[in-house]
Design a protein around this ligand. Sequence first.
Ligand code: ZN
Length: 153
Amino acid sequence: MAHNAECPDCGNMRALFNQCPHCGSVNFPILSSDTIELNIKQDGPYVEEALERLTDYLRKSLEVGIKAIVLIHGYGSSGEGGRIKWAIHDALENNRYSDRVDEYHFGEDVAFGSESYHALLKRRPGLKRYLKRFKEGNADMTVLLLGSQARSA
Ligand SMILES: [Zn+2]
């Protein structure tokens, strides 16, 4: 499931970073919060594609003032979903996105109802409506907190 938002030009719902399928607009959709959910594995990209896409999404997100991203990357020990997850974990731990991502929390580390989960929500209440659907376990997502140290390009 992709994150959808209202098209600023025709008012239809559309995916965040793509051209509007209804009117062709490339203007950024209207957001009701500074938190979004992004599904990086949606159309089955290869690992390197997914990592590059994330770079692009992070840049665009910062441009429009997004503060937190619930990144859906899939999971599993085999298959492309699993590879994307580990590649993203690896990239984060090796500071590939550190100029844009202030903090990251792997889903496993902020299990629903845990102390770390509540601590995170206290700081970013906007995450609640996204995280509550991960009650059954959230190994397929990572929470990214963006920006106070973002470069003003
Ligand atoms: Zn439109």
